[in-house]
Design a protein around this ligand. Structure first.
Ligand SMILES: [Zn+2]
Length: 253
């Protein structure tokens, strides 16, 4: 199984990152680390250098901050991303988050930055990881014309939006939200199984009440839930979701 999206560069892992990776390696075949600013990108690339056969890196912006980022900061980000380009498996996460701001100007800025990433992903032939929280329809409107692979990470939309996104061939990644939301459990039954990925989005969204900080190894709980919902064996579900992640991110190993 694969954790298709997490934030292993987070300072919440600073004290025991290597142990977290050791635990993940027991069950997972790969982790995709999403960098969200130049600093976390640098940290993520160093991790990849240490674990080149296990850790992969994407580069984007922290969606909650996207509306605040000035042009100068964005320029710096693009410079860092351009330098890292050959090391990246995708661009993102990037995209609108209407949950954290109701201001239409913020929404426009978030969608603008998404459009910038789309253009760059097309130019560089890289897949694009999209964040869309309470903003799935707005994201879809912008993404509809995108020429390239798209992953909607931490998908939590309804059945209608899932249908429209998968009709475009977009992959949907399910996080531990799946364990808590019976609505999402119903939605996932209608998603083409070959478009389903799994992730933790750790350190947030812990599926374990006793462990407030989530970690990549916990992706097994998502895979296991999917297996039950879709009536596969755990090993089958793990192999299928891992194959989809490998296809989306085009892992060469
Ligand atoms: Zn994330």
């Amino acid at each position: 199984m694969i954790d298709a999206h997490c934030h292993l560069a987070s300072e919440k892992f600073d004290l025991d990152r290597d142990q977290v990776i050791v635990r993940a390696r027991k069950r997972l075949s790969a982790i995709v680390v999403a960098a969200t600013d130049p600093k976390s990108l640098k940290k993520s690339l160093a991790l990849r250098q240490r674990y080149p056969d296990f850790i992969h890196v994407t580069a984007g912006v922290y969606p909650r901050r996207a509306a605040e980022i000035g042009d100068e900061e964005l320029k710096e980000l693009w410079q860092a991303v351009a330098e890292a380009r050959s090391e990246l498996v995708a661009l993102g996460e990037v995209g609108p988050d209407f949950y954290h701001t109701g201001d239409p100007r913020d929404h426009r800025r978030q969608l603008d930055i998404l459009a910038q990433f789309m253009a760059r992903a097309e130019a560089w032939s890289l897949p694009l990881v999209v964040h869309a929280r309470k903003a799935e329809a707005a994201a879809l409107e912008v993404l509809a014309g995108h020429k390239g692979s798209v992953l909607i990470h931490c998908f939590a939309g309804d059945r209608g939006i899932a249908r429209r996104m998968t009709a475009h061939g977009f992959f949907l990644s399910f996080s531990p939200i799946l364990l808590l939301s019976s609505a999402l459990q119903e939605v996932v039954r209608h998603v083409p199984v070959d478009l389903i990925l799994t992730e933790t989005d750790s350190p947030s969204l812990s599926p374990r009440p006793d462990r407030p900080r989530s970690e990549p190894a916990f992706v097994e709980m998502v895979v296991s839930k999917l297996a039950k919902l879709l009536q596969y064996r755990l090993d089958e579900m793990a192999a299928m979701t891992a194959a989809s992640a490998r296809m989306f991110y085009r892992f060469t190993r």
